[in-house]
Design a protein. Sequence first.
Length: 95
Amino acid sequence: MLREVRESGFAFASQQMEARLCTLAVPVKDIGGNFVAGLNVILQGRLVTAGEMAARFAQPLQDAASELGSLLLPELSFSCMFSSRTTASSRPARS
């Protein structure tokens, strides 16, 4: 499954979490190539195939993910944002 997702550049799910919901998702990579987020479309109601979802949404989502990722610097990725290291200036003041 993961090999297929890597090769296609998107993931598709149908009714995995909720009946009558389909989703197609793509990764967002920062300019350093780190995976930092994802974008997805969820359809409710009529169930569609992976092929139908991909034909309609994969390229627009990949374009949006690429544009968003081009704005994200590697040092602003989640691995840095949630670092366990803190500085004195970043700690809340005690009253």
